[in-house]
Design a protein around this ligand. Structure first.
Ligand SMILES: [Zn+2]
Length: 1034
């Protein structure tokens, strides 16, 4: 029908120029002199600025619509600039439709080179706009399908002085420029040429088929021929020829696939970071901008599905935008706005402890249940920096079965081998996982990406479907009409995968489930081979998070007992509010330390509230115990929250300062070194503060490698190639910077109860470290308590303990257990794990004994052979140039032990170090010599190795019951007994899931046999199993 053009490349260039856009961005890439000839440049014509009137009111605050629109406005016009960064400018835009636009489709055009939200006169958020020259722009909003002559209208536009990626000076990840100005470069109404738009969208599909299908594919050739014919036929002046072009294109686009074509479930999405290069408050507005835009898309594309995660963001919109919220609820009901994720925020999955992860899901799913009368089956977390090995069990326990991410495509060493697979956790729990093969959560919906979704789908022969997450992400924005037009045309078009816009993620997985027997299995953690600096950056957040987690355990245990035994009301609302603050700060750019400085100002405010209110709760509760405020109790009681028991005890009448301290400590200052010993542990520290020797008293065994030193503080150059706060590179190991000056030292304590030596170091250019090395009577743990003033640039401080222990692996504490990782670099997979996450300890063991390196607030470990290393501080300069500059307090410790790990005493020591950590915990109940136990909940395993640990004791969310959550920590099958104090009025006990629901069919592998007698419950656990027991109270 049409002749074949002579030269493919020239023809493609011609078609491309005729279209005039790239990446479906509705602004031309063509030079100005040629713009009259392109489709893209003729979409809005004519453009009329004269028929609008503009007024503005400016504010440095983020006001509500009602507050802002009451203010007095002044006249303004296109061309004026507005600032500074983060300020807001409310525009009142009044228009009169000129008579020549009568009957036409009319759009508002707006470009403030920033983010903006259009409001109706009566305060309804209508649509978000993104200005500027980036790829994520959105300049226009339809205001009429067929305008009436002289029709008048008024809109408000809330212009925020930030881009989609904040206000980075000279680069996205750079710290914000405080005084950015944003020019209003367009404000107009225009006739939208839908006839040209349709041709442009059709032709773009053909253009992309002609360039992206493999050479030799007949459809590639055919698309080029037809597209070229359309360019030949087209005329801006002749409507008949435009219509003929549409016919030619439609005839091509209606050609269908045969059977067996691969399929894509395309899900609209806008990944909105809850804080990152902008503060939390701006995120609230980003949600309104992005989500209102998606509601408009749903009007234009009735089958379109948009998936949206993070209960916290929903909650913000519910509070701040009630009108928008009610429209969203309608779309949730009709299954177009699809809640996914099931967590409070899209949290970091390395650093929060097990109980925090459980609460992320509990708060997320409960919110969905309350507001949407549904729970999601899909754990949706496209963008966090690695996934802990207990997540499959936690996902299952939260009544979910499916997992979506694409982050593993960021691996910088090894390509993750699967797209659709079964993810098996530490305990054997399995979930279906899918990594969208387009390798992005921000697809543009192009032909190229659709083809990549097929060619990069590793399981294409087993299950030939994949998910495509499309829409502008990171800062939000979401899908544009152009993306939806593009994907709609690929519903069933010969040679392209079939794109389904009308299916949900759950439907995708239900289909995948039919193939589960054929899918590969990935066991254990999903270690991200990138962003390892996030284990250390912004160390105050890590420290506060750890302290807050410890505090909540105390508060909940205390009030559970007060509630169940002493009839004191349980402060559920305050406790849940504190949890919500903690969970919010676990967002995947906040806790990892990759946000701008302004975010951390807010974060500090939240932690202040957490600790002030938490302390008040604790004091109040403990006061009831100590003042005899509970009339059923005689004198004063001490709360004990230990790894496997929770107790109330009467203080001992025996003095704590008995001369006959068991394992009393001795300190001997010698010519070159200092020897401290308590009978259990013997340590020799030289006068440079280095640990020369560490022995267990009853074991003829040296733990520190001969000729080397433990507690070796080493400064490293730490200059990543990009993403300062995110990345630590392996090459930093090659550039240690010696700490030159020997420290000053003094003996701080030399008593039977404790020996302590203080070393004062000067480190790097501008930093100082005061370290107290301490050994207490009766303890196996040699502690190093640090106060540091840190003021470095691109340096990293580590402490290293070269040991004599030979093993090919090191164990690291993770949520509800531990994970082992190789400590060698045999293959690229192992070499990539040069810096890994560990919670309160890591451990290297030989059969019979081992050494643990513990900490009270750090997460970055880097074991190398027999040497254990802990990263203490970093000094990245972007996106926060002040990151970690200032004062720090942290402790670490070494614990030589018999027998080898896994053993209970490492967990016990980790608990002790953390419970007594720093001044933030000074107000926690101190361990005192305890007397008679008057109340006790304890867990004992049958063989005496106490590996079943308590994660939490809390009141049930909805019932008159307590929830005791325990887990098997040692990695073995285990039976045990949970003993309950007589005072607990328990009438029934049953195992519930993490949402505190009764066992249902889908969580059958989560069940646990429970047999109860009068004062105890027998449990039987598989390795690393988490069990939540609900004690119904009478
Ligand atoms: Zn993100």
């Amino acid at each position: 029908m049409f002749a074949r053009p002579v030269n493919e490349k020239v023809t493609l260039d011609r078609i491309n120029q005729f279209c005039g856009w790239k990446n479906l961005k509705p602004r031309s890439f063509v030079v100005p002199s040629r713009r009259a000839t392109t489709l893209c440049d003729n979409l809005w014509t004519p453009v009329d600025r004269s028929c609008i009137q503009l007024e503005v009111f400016s504010s440095t605050e983020r006001l509500s619509f009602v507050e802002a629109t009451k203010k007095s406005f002044r006249a303004t016009q296109v061309g004026e600039s507005f600032g500074p960064s983060w300020s807001t400018h409310w525009f009142k835009l009044s228009y009169v439709i000129p008579s020549y636009m009568e009957g036409q489709e009319i759009h508002l055009l707006w470009d403030s080179n920033s983010e903006a939200l259009v409001w109706s006169l009566d305060g309804q958020p209508l649509q978000g706009l993104t200005g500027g020259a980036g790829d994520m722009v959105r300049y226009d909003m339809k205001i009429s399908d067929a305008a009436k002559k002289e029709e008048k209208g008024t809109l408000f536009i809330e212009m925020a002085c930030n881009g989609l990626f904040g206000n980075g000076a000279g680069g996205t990840e750079e710290p914000p420029e405080p005084n950015r100005q944003f020019q209003l470069s367009e404000a107009a109404i225009a006739v939208f040429r839908r006839d040209i738009w349709n041709i442009l969208c059709d032709l773009t599909i053909l253009r992309d088929m002609a360039s992206s299908l493999p050479k030799g594919n007949p459809w590639r050739e055919r698309a080029l021929i037809v597209a070229n014919a359309v360019v030949n036929e087209f005329s801006f002046q002749d409507k008949k020829r435009i219509s003929k072009c549409r016919d030619i294109l439609s005839n091509f686009l209606k050609q269908k696939n045969g059977d067996g074509q691969a399929s894509i479930v395309a899900i609209g999405h806008c990944h909105i970071d809850t804080a990152w290069l902008w503060p939390y408050d701006e995120t609230i507005r980003k949600c309104a901008r992005s989500w209102s835009s998606q509601l408009r898309n749903m009007e234009m594309f009735p089958s379109y599905k948009f998936a949206c995660s993070q209960a916290q963001q929903y909650d913000w919109v519910k509070i701040h935008y009630p009108q928008l919220w009610s429209r969203i609820l309608e779309k949730v009901k009709s299954n177009h706005f699809v809640p996914v994720g099931g967590t409070w925020v899209e949290m970091d999955c390395n650093l929060p402890n097990g109980e925090s992860l459980v609460r992320q899901f509990l708060f997320g799913q409960k919110f969905f249940e309350k507001e949407f009368q549904m729970k999601t089956k899909v754990f949706w977390l496209p963008d966090t920096f690695g996934y802990a090995p207990q997540l499959p069990q936690i996902i299952k326990g939260s009544d979910m079965s499916y997992f979506v991410t694409q982050k593993m495509s960021w691996n910088r060493y090894n390509k993750f081998p699967y797209s659709s697979f079964i993810w098996e956790g530490l305990d054997g729990s399995k979930v279906l996982a899918h990594f969208p093969p387009a390798d992005t959560y921000n697809s543009l919906g192009t032909v190229h990406e659709a083809l990549l979704s097929v060619s990069n789908n590793q399981e294409i022969g087993v299950y030939n479907a994949s998910l495509m997450l499309f829409g502008h992400g990171d800062g939000g924005g979401g899908p544009t009409p152009a993306m939806l037009e593009s994907l709609s045309r690929m519903r069933d078009l010969a040679s392209l995968p079939q794109v389904h816009l009308d299916r949900t993620p759950t439907q995708f997985f239900e289909e995948m489930q039919k193939h589960q027997d054929e899918l590969p299995i990935w066991f254990g953690e999903l270690y991200l081979e990138d962003h390892r600096g996030t284990l250390t950056s912004q160390s105050f957040v890590k420290r506060n998070n750890r302290r807050a987690e410890e505090m909540m355990k105390e508060i909940e245990a205390l009030y559970s007992i007060l509630y169940a035994v002493y009839d004191v009301s349980y402060p559920h609302e305050t406790i849940n509010q504190l949890w919500k603050y903690i969970l919010l700060n676990q967002f995947h750019d906040v806790l990892p330390g990759s946000s701008i400085g302004d975010v951390y100002k807010d974060v500090r405010v939240y932690y202040k509230k957490i600790f002030e209110q938490g302390k008040e709760l604790l004091n109040k509760g403990l006061g009831l115990l100590s003042r005899g405020g509970l009339n059923k109790v005689a004198p004063e009681l001490v709360l004990g929250v230990e790894t496997s028991c929770i107790t109330l005890e009467e203080p001992s009448t025996v003095s704590n300062n008995s001369d006959k301290t068991e394992n009393a400590v001795s300190l001997e200052e010698r010519e070159l070194d200092i020897r401290i010993s308590n009978g259990k542990v013997v340590a020799i520290i030289d006068k440079n503060g280095r640990l020369c020797s560490l022995r267990l008293g009853d074991l003829d065994r040296e733990f520190i490698s001969p000729g080397q030193f433990g507690n070796n503080l080493v400064l490293y150059e730490d200059i990543p190639t990009a993403f300062d706060a995110w990345n630590v590179e392996a090459y930093s190991d090659d550039k240690p910077l010696p700490i030159q000056q020997p420290p000053q030292y003094k003996i701080l304590a030399n008593e039977p109860g404790k020996a302590a030596i203080q070393f004062s170091y000067s480190i790097g250019e501008n930093s100082t470290l005061n370290q107290v090395v301490q050994l207490c009577a009766g303890s196996n743990m040699l502690e190093f308590k640090n106060r540091c003033y840190w003021n470095e640039s691109f340096k990293m401080l580590r402490v290293e303990f070269p040991t004599t222990i030979r093993s090919d692996r090191v164990a690291y504490e993770t949520q509800f257990g531990y994970v082992t990782r190789p400590n060698h670099r045999n293959t690229t997979w192992e070499a990539a794990k040069f810096e890994v996450c560990g919670h309160r300890f890591c451990d290297i063991s030989e059969p019979g004994f081992g050494l643990a390196l513990l900490n009270d607030s750090k997460y970055g470990y880097s074991a190398k052979g027999s040497t254990l290393r802990l990263t203490l501080l970093r000094s990245p300069k972007s996106p926060d140039k002040e990151c970690d500059i200032g004062d720090h307090a942290f402790s670490y410790a070494v614990l030589p032990h018999v027998p080898d790990f896994p053993c209970e005493q490492v967990f016990t020591a980790a608990h002790k170090l953390n419970r007594e950590a720093g001044e933030e915990s000074d107000w926690l109940p101190r361990s005192v010599a305890k007397g008679k136990t008057v109340f006790n909940i304890s867990v004992e395993s049958d063989d005496g190795r106490n590996g079943i640990l308590i994660s939490s004791l809390k009141k049930a969310e909805e019932r008159n019951a307590l929830i005791l959550r325990v887990y098997e920590s040692l990695g073995r099958h285990c039976t045990g007994i949970i003993r309950l104090a007589q005072q607990l009025p328990v009438v029934d006990v049953e195992a519930v899931n993490l949402l505190e629901e009764k066992q249902c069919q889908s969580s059958a592998d989560y069940s646990v046999p429970v047999f109860r007698s009068r004062d105890h419950v027998r449990v039987s656990l598989r390795p690393f199993q988490i069990v939540s027991l609900q004690f119904q109270l009478g």
